[in-house]
Write a protein that binds this ligand. Sequence first.
Ligand code: ADP
Ligand code: MG
Length: 398
Amino acid sequence: MAAADAVADEFQRLYGYAPEGVWAAPGRVNLIGEYTDVNDGFVLPLALPHTAVAAVARRTDGVLRVHSGDVGQGVVELRVDALAPGSGAGWAAYPAGVVWALREAGHPFTGADLHLTSTVPTGAGLSSSAALEVVTALALAELYGLGLTHPELAVLAQRAENAYVGVPCGVMDQMASACCAEGHALHLDTRDLTRRQVPFDLAAHGLQLLVVDTRVRHALGDGAYAERRAGCEAGARALGVRTLREVPYAHLLDALARLSGTVLSRGTTPGPPPEEIRRYVRHVVGDNHRVERTIALLDAGDPRGVGPVLTEGHRSLRDDLRVSCPELDLVVQASDAAGALGARMTGGGFGGSAVVLVESGGGADAVTEAVTGAFAAAGHAPPRVFPAVASAGARRLA
Ligand code: ADP
Ligand code: MG
């Protein structure tokens, strides 16, 4: 495989010897189920054809050397026993965090050399960070014979990102990168990581899923993410459940009624104002239900029916959770006007990417043209539009 050979050759050039193997882990796009993974709920991501590819070899001297072909920085050299959360190291914190998490979990590790390159757009909500973590975790687990399953690797990678890098993400990104299968979306229950591969062959129905990377990232995002999580936790506490996942959709109206007035306005719940918490609850419980509705439509052979569910999900993220932004709203609006079946922002919001369900061929072209034109008219930089083909999860290439 050409990509594997090129990465192995670059490893050889950098370190002066051949790697022991080459591995790949993909980025992902989430079809539906947003901010549900931080509430123990359901998500439905698919792996992208874009991957992080890493050539790796073991060392025996307690040294970790990492190199990315995509950043203008040389080889980063770290001492394995000095790795500690929050110790920085820029992009290298992602692979270093994985090594730290492996050691924390009691696995033996005496060092490694790693060179990687990635085609996953960074900072676009397509999980370039998870691709980096998962490819590192898979390579090291296989080389060191740790016998870890892909879900176990995903949890370890999430721990690296949460505790070492310091990003409080849920487990969806790492699970998607580690466990997705070609031609399928992954129905994942983030409460216990049970999952099912849902056949997702849009081409057979004359459809396509487009990813529109807005190329914007609003600074507001990080604080807002933490605030939404805190608000959801406050909502769960007020409702007397461990997480919002425990609220069945059939009980949503009742839950909202209980949250209005009495409990929250007495000020018993710290965090965001009561009215916001109600909206967050409505979004999370609603989006869990939208995941189930989407899967039912796919299983019934009606992928066109998914379109309106996506657009409804976008409205919920825009109006209830309030994590969209003008550029994402513009993608959805322009897509709709150009005849798309449905569209929504995907990922954490405040920029990043949207997904658009379109008829293949003319439908895709019309949407691409309309979105690109709308961005130009609004004075935004051109978005990047590409088809999301459901691809394989993390694997060994050579
Ligand atoms: P996302 O996961 O949505 O792409 P994040 O902010 O979570 O966005 O992760 C992006 C970060 O991951 C980058 O800032 C960089 O530190 C790291 N990263 C991703 N891809 C690469 C790469 N090819 N080389 C080096 N670092 C990378
Ligand atoms: Mg990320």
